[in-house]
Ligand binder design. Structure first.
Ligand code: AMP
Ligand code: ZN
Length: 134
């Protein structure tokens, strides 16, 4: 896709700190380095998010993310990691080319906060199940 920064990195038109590459995907260091070792895995083909990506490509990208996460956690001396993808601006997606973040976690004060608010007392799970499965 013209003007897609991740397509340009995949096509080597702009540089990236490449961690891994194969025919289908590319992994490179995220410029922001939310924590040391923060890495992105992208398909070389353009999909705007996981929601419109080819399932086979999604499987390959996540399989690669698992393998790289194991390597990064070990090599960087992390205690664990978050592996996540943002789909849509409402979810915080800023680059509209499907990508998976691997964010190594060192301790609870390492700079990343993912707050999951417990709403179990406010919602009706049966209503929500009806919505999810309709
Ligand atoms: P998201 O908010 O999920 O769309 O994440 C996009 C990520 O891409 C951000 O964490 C940015 O720091 C990262 N990013 C943007 N441009 C580049 C680039 N040229 N090289 C590496 N990472 C980038
Ligand atoms: Zn793209």
């Amino acid at each position: 896709m013209d003007n897609c920064i991740f397509c340009k990195i995949a096509q080597k038109q702009i540089p990236g700190k490449v961690v891994y590459e194969d025919d289908v995907c590319l992994a490179f260091l995220d410029l922001s380095q939310v924590t040391d070792g923060h890495t992105l895995v992208i398909p070389k083909a353009h999909y705007s998010s996981i929601l419109d990506a080819d399932p086979e490509v999604v499987a390959h990208v996540y399989k690669t993310a698992q393998k790289l996460a194991q390597q990064i956690v070990k090599n960087c001396g992390a205690q664990g990691c978050n592996i996540l993808t943002n789909a849509g601006e409402v979810a915080g997606q800023t680059v509209h080319h499907f990508h998976v973040h691997i964010i190594p976690r060192y301790d609870e004060h390492d700079g990343l906060t993912l707050a999951f608010k417990d709403r179990s007392q406010e919602v009706d799970l049966d209503d929500i199940l009806n919505c999810v499965t309709k």
